[in-house]
Design a protein around this ligand. Structure first.
Ligand SMILES: NC(=O)C1=CN([C@@H]2O[C@H](COP(=O)(O)OP(=O)(O)OC[C@H]3O[C@@H](n4cnc5c(N)ncnc54)[C@H](OP(=O)(O)O)[C@@H]3O)[C@@H](O)[C@H]2O)C=CC1
Ligand SMILES: O=C(O)CCC(=O)C(=O)O
Length: 444
C-alpha cells in the first residue's frame, strides 16, 4: 500500500459516515499520486497529506430563532476553516436541509485547491446550516441570519475568514448577515463577499461563477481546437450559477436547451429565456412549473432528466453527485464533447472515469467554477482600497483568471504525463502552491 492509500484509509477511519468528504479526498489523492510518489520522503516526514486532510479548525453551533407563528426553531450552524496556508479562509455558506459536517468538509477541502488555482491569496473554508430558506418569510430568514451571525462573528473577519454565498445564500441572506456582523462588531469591513452594490459589493460578483464557467469552457475547447460558438448545451440548476452560465453561453453563441430545479426540469427548443428565469427564480422565488407561462413552446417534466437531452456540452450547475454513471453513458451515447462543472463535485467518481475514458473533455469544478471565488477576492481587494471598479474591469480580470487557469491545469497535467486529464491538472496545480506554503511555514 502506497503513501496516498495509507492517508486515504486514515481519513476514512477518522471521519466515519462522511461519504462526500471521502469522495472529495479520494478524487484528490488519486490524481496527485505521481506528485506524492516523487516527493514521498519529504511528505511522509512532514505528514503533509495528513495535515492537508485535517481541517485547521471546525466549528459547530446552535442557531435558535423564532418563526412567524412564535414557535422557536433550532438549526445547526457550521464553519470549517480548512487551510490558511496561502491566505485567510475563504468560501461560501450553504443553507440547505441536506447540510451536515461531511458536506461542509467536502466543500471546504475542494475550496483549498480551487482558491489556489485562482492565483489570488485566499485559503480554503466553507460553512452553512441545515436551515431551509425555501418557503420562509423575509422576517424568518432575517431572524435566522441574525442568530447565525451572533455566533459566527467571533470566528471571522476581513483578514481571518471571509464567507460568501452558496446554495440557499444569495444577496438577501448576505445583507442580513452583514448587518448583524456590523452591529455586533461595530466595524464596517469586508467580512463577507457577494454584498449588495450599495454597501461594498463588487460589480460582476453576481454573474461571476456562471460567466467564469463559460470563459473556462470556451478556452478549454479552444485548446482542443473547438469553437464554442454554434454549439448546443444542457444545463442543470436554475440558481445563481445556472442563470449566469446560461446568459454567458448565449452571448457566446451557444443554444442552451434545459435548466432544472429540485422538483423538475425544463426543455426549451428555442433556447432558455434568461429574463423569464430571472423573474421566476430571483424575483418571485417560485418553481420552474411557472416557466411554461412565459414560453408556451417549452416542456416541463417532473423529476430529473436534463442529461438525456442531446447536446454538445453539458454544464451541471445544481449540486453534488447529480450526474451519475448512467447519465455519463447517455451523454457519451449522445455524442457530448465536453462536460464542465459549475456546481461543486456534481459528477460521481464512476461517471468522471467513464467520461474521461470515452474521450469527453472534462472540466473539473475546482477549476471551472473558480470564477465566483476569484471575483470574491477581487471584491476583497476593492474593499481594502475602498474603491469600486467598473463592471468591465472586473469582468476582464475574471476572464483572464479563467484563461490562466485553463493553461495552468493543462501544463500541470502534461508535466506529470497526464495530457488532457484536466482533473489531475487542476488538483496538481492547486496543490503545488499550497504544498510550498505549508512546507515553508513549518509544522502548524
Ligand atoms: N454561488 C456561487 O458563487 C458558487 C456556487 N457554486 C456551486 O454551484 C452550485 C449551485 O449553487 P448556486 O447556484 O449558488 O445555488 P442556488 O441556491 O442559487 O441554486 C441552486 C440550484 O440547484 C438546485 N438544487 C439544489 N440542491 C439540489 C438538489 N439536492 N437536487 C436538485 N437540485 C438542487 C436548486 O433547486 P431548488 O431551488 O429547487 O432547490 C437551484 O436551482 C452548488 O454546487 C454550489 O456549491 C460553486 C462556485 C461558486
Ligand atoms: O465567493 C466565495 O467566497 C465562495 C464561492 C463558493 O462557495 C465556491 O467557490 O464554492
Amino acid at each position: 500500500m502506497g503513501y496516498v492509500d495509507e492517508v486515504y484509509e486514515k481519513v476514512v477511519a477518522k471521519n466515519p459516515a462522511q461519504p462526500e468528504f471521502h469522495q472529495a479526498v479520494k478524487e484528490f489523492l488519486e490524481t496527485i499520486r505521481p506528485v506524492a510518489e516523487r516527493n514521498e520522503e519529504l511528505y511522509r516526514k512532514n505528514a503533509l497529506l495528513e495535515r492537508l486532510c485535517e481541517p485547521e479548525r471546525q466549528i459547530r453551533f446552535r442557531v435558535p430563532w423564532v418563526d412567524d407563528n412564535g414557535q422557536v426553531q433550532v438549526n445547526a450552524g457550521y464553519r470549517v476553516q480548512f487551510n490558511s496556508a496561502i491566505g485567510p479562509y475563504k468560501g461560501g455558506l450553504r443553507f440547505h436541509p441536506s447540510v451536515n459536517i461531511g458536506i461542509i468538509k467536502f466543500l471546504g477541502f475542494e475550496q483549498i485547491f480551487k482558491n489556489s488555482l485562482t492565483g489570488l491569496p485566499i485559503g480554503g473554508g466553507k460553512g452553512g446550516s441545515d436551515f431551509d430558506p425555501k418557503g420562509k418569510s423575509d422576517r424568518e430568514v432575517m431572524a435566522f441570519c441574525q442568530s447565525f451571525m451572533t455566533e459566527l462573528y467571533r470566528h471571522i473577519g476581513a483578514d481571518t475568514d471571509v464567507p460568501a454565498g452558496d446554495i440557499g445564500v444569495g444577496g438577501r441572506e448576505i445583507g442580513f448577515l452583514f448587518g448583524q456582523y456590523k452591529r455586533i462588531r461595530d466595524s464596517y469591513e469586508g467580512v463577507l463577499t457577494g454584498k449588495g452594490l450599495s454597501y461594498g459589493g463588487s460589480l460582476a460578483r453576481t454573474e461571476a461563477t456562471g460567466y467564469g464557467l463559460l470563459y473556462f469552457t470556451q478556452e478549454l475547447l479552444k485548446i482542443n481546437n473547438i469553437d464554442i460558438s454554434g454549439k448546443t448545451a444542457v444545463v442543470s440548476g436554475a440558481g445563481n450559477v445556472a442563470i449566469y452560465a446560461i446568459q454567458k453561453a448565449q452571448q457566446l453563441g451557444v443554444k442552451v436547451l434545459t435548466c432544472s430545479d429540485s422538483t423538475g426540469w425544463v426543455y426549451d427548443p428555442d433556447g432558455i429565456d434568461v429574463a423569464a428565469l430571472q423573474e421566476i427564480k430571483e424575483v418571485n422565488r417560485a418553481r420552474l412549473t411557472e416557466y411554461k407561462k412565459y414560453r408556451p413552446n417549452s416542456e416541463y417534466h417532473e423529476g430529473r432528466g436534463v442529461w438525456a437531452v442531446k447536446a454538445d456540452i453539458a454544464l451541471p450547475c445544481a449540486t453534488q453527485n447529480e450526474l451519475n454513471l448512467e447519465d455519463a453513458k447517455t451523454l457519451v451515447a449522445n455524442g457530448t464533447i465536453a462536460v464542465c462543472e459549475g456546481a461543486n463535485m456534481p459528477t460521481t467518481l464512476e461517471a468522471t472515469d467513464y467520461l474521461k475514458q470515452h474521450g469527453v473533455i472534462f472540466g473539473p469544478a475546482k477549476a471551472a467554477n473558480a470564477g465566483g471565488v476569484a471575483t470574491s477576492a477581487l471584491e476583497m481587494s476593492q474593499n481594502s482600497e475602498r474603491l469600486s471598479w467598473t463592471f468591465e474591469e472586473v469582468d476582464a480580470k475574471l476572464k483572464q483568471i479563467m484563461i490562466n487557469i485553463v493553461h495552468n491545469i493543462d501544463s500541470a497535467a502534461k508535466e506529470y504525463g497526464k495530457d488532457g486529464d484536466y482533473a489531475a491538472g487542476a488538483n496538481i496545480a492547486g496543490f503545488k502552491k499550497v504544498e510550498q506554503a505549508m512546507l515553508a511555514q513549518g509544522i502548524v
